[in-house]
Design a protein around this ligand. Structure first.
Ligand code: HEC
Length: 219
């Protein structure tokens, strides 16, 4: 009664075991799930059909009139009238001093290609044939309120594209804080008529040098 291994049977056994894994009627579904702990969820998958919920869908549309968390609705349309209304009604929720630090980075990344580092509309894209944007430190742009700029960044204006998908509302307000601060510096410099006592002593040479390039670019 010596137990001997029949090697032919052992080999056939190994072969049939291997065939359990290798031969599958549906290649996407394994015959044997090894440790299938989390493979089969009891819950419906978001996009799977659903016999219980309305329209047979698992994922339901949001209830009309509701907003996702953290989203502030903007009650303006892409019309010139609404651009003016935005200018009167919209105010930045950010502290301008803090916001312009982030705004500097946003400007360098998103605005310099067209508007240029100097804001005179001489960015690389404009120098290669794209219609040059106006000088953001020019007379017309200086009159834009922060709300109008927010409307421009959100909806675009003529050749200026919308930045609503690239920039969060917070980044839009940050870059506006940066542009506004650069504008007020430009405004303070070339006005020898009403210099502040502090500016008079230090800012005289740049004040004298700056009006010319600013006027050259103005159209
Ligand atoms: C693809 C090039 C391009 C980029 C990038 C771009 N702009 Fe402009 N921008 C323009 C053009 C062109 C105009 C002029 C639109 C018009 O004719 O009214 C303009 C106009 C503006 C105006 C209005 C100026 C005025 O006096 O009416 C503001 C403000 C402005 N851009 C800010 C920005 C800021 C901030 C960024 C970065 C987030 C930016 N732009 C990025 C091309 C660009």
């Amino acid at each position: 009664m010596s137990a001997k291994i029949n090697w032919t049977l052992a080999a056939l056994f190994a072969l049939t075991m291997a065939a359990n894994f290798a031969v599958r009627p549906d290649p996407d579904v394994p015959n044997i799930d090894y440790l299938p702990d989390m493979a089969h969820s009891a819950a419906y998958a978001s996009f799977s059909p659903n016999p219980i919920l309305p329209e047979g869908k698992t994922m339901q549309p949001p209830v009309p009139g509701t907003l996702p968390r953290g989203v502030t609705p903007l009650h303006f349309q892409a019309t010139p009238e609404d651009a003016l209304r935005a200018g009167a009604e919209l105010k930045s929720p950010l502290d301008p001093e803090k916001a312009k630090i982030r705004g500097t980075v946003v400007y360098q990344n998103f605005c310099t290609p067209c508007h240029g580092g100097s804001m005179r509309g001489d960015g690389a894209v404009a120098l290669h044939g794209y219609p040059a944007p106006p000088n953001l430190k020019g007379e017309k742009s200086l009159k834009l309120t922060e709300g109008q700029m927010f409307h421009i960044l959100t909806f675009g204006q003529k050749k200026m594209p919308s930045y609503a998908t690239q920039l969060t509302p917070e980044d839009r307000w940050s870059v506006i804080a940066y542009v506004k601060s650069a504008q007020s510096e430009a405004e303070a410099a070339p006005s020898p008529a009403a210099p502040s006592p502090a500016a008079q002593s230090t800012a005289t040479p740049p004040a004298a040098a700056q009006p010319q390039p600013a006027q050259e670019v103005k159209k």
